[in-house]
Design a protein around this ligand. Structure first.
Ligand SMILES: *[C@@H]1O[C@H](CO)[C@@H](O)[C@H](O)[C@H]1NC(C)=O
Ligand SMILES: *[C@@H]1O[C@H](CO)[C@@H](O)[C@H](O)[C@H]1NC(C)=O
Ligand SMILES: *[C@@H]1O[C@H](CO)[C@@H](O)[C@H](O)[C@H]1NC(C)=O
Length: 203
């Protein structure tokens, strides 16, 4: 009888420990999303050009492989140049640093934003400024996480805010703008890439 009580107590204690440990793990666990800094890309136009050339030759949907893995396009990303801090869970600050323009690229096929009819490819750039000329003053520094409302879901990063909308390339070769009043707030798009541009660098 004594043994039975001791054994029961032991099991109860064990269960409590485990329960407690699971709870602790759930609240303070590590984020399930990958390091978002690995989605930094430098040569957006070249990459987009390459990818779209490929689509036109093959399928309609631009389901390009992860071009960041290609040796000739690999960025020598210097993560220390980005302002980045991690908080509990998936809380993050990510910023390009002083005097950079920022943009985030997504693929309409991985987005709840509707693909426009006359788009040459399914990529869009969510902008931090609509002022894209060479002589414009530097754009303000922004935290991508709050500006684009980036969240972690199903082990991936999604933008949910597009304060100035997004730009895409039309079939008439013209750059088109969409939802520049931030209309698609709440609509999710997988963060494909992001980039930081120097003040005088054309997007
Ligand atoms: C990376 O950037 C930091 C900050 O700008 C700089 O101090 C460091 O030398 C750079 N590292 C490389 C390998 O370029
Ligand atoms: C983001 O930066 C702000 C201001 O420096 C800081 O108070 C906050 O704790 C940071 N959050 C994360 C998740 O790093
Ligand atoms: C924009 O679309 C035109 C026409 O389809 C294409 O020739 C051009 O390469 C595209 N530009 C970019 C940057 O994707």
């Amino acid at each position: 009888m004594n043994w039975f009580i001791i054994l029961s107590l032991f099991f109860i204690w064990n269960f409590q420990q485990c329960h407690c440990c699971m709870k602790w793990k759930r609240s303070a666990d590590n984020c399930e999303c990958p390091d978002i800094r690995d989605r930094y890309i430098d040569k957006w136009n070249e990459i987009k050009g390459y990818c779209c050339m490929k689509i036109r030759r093959s399928v309609d949907i631009c389901d390009c492989p992860d071009i960041r893995d290609r040796d000739d396009n690999r960025n020598e990303i210097n993560k220390t140049e980005l302002w980045y801090t991690e908080g509990p869970g998936c809380a993050r600050n990510l910023s390009c640093g002083i005097h950079y323009r920022t943009f985030l690229a997504f693929n309409f096929h991985e987005s709840e934003n509707p693909l426009p009819d006359a788009a040459s490819d399914p990529f869009a750039e969510a902008l931090s400024t609509l002022d894209l000329y060479h002589d414009t003053p530097p754009a303000r520094t922004l935290n991508l996480f709050s500006y684009y409302g980036i969240i972690c879901e199903n082990k991936d990063w999604y933008a949910t805010k597009y304060p100035l909308g997004f730009a895409y390339n039309g079939t008439d070769y013209k750059r088109k703008y969409m939802a520049t009043g931030g209309e698609y707030k709440g609509s999710k798009s997988r963060v494909w890439l992001f980039t930081c541009k120097m003040p005088r660098e054309f997007l």
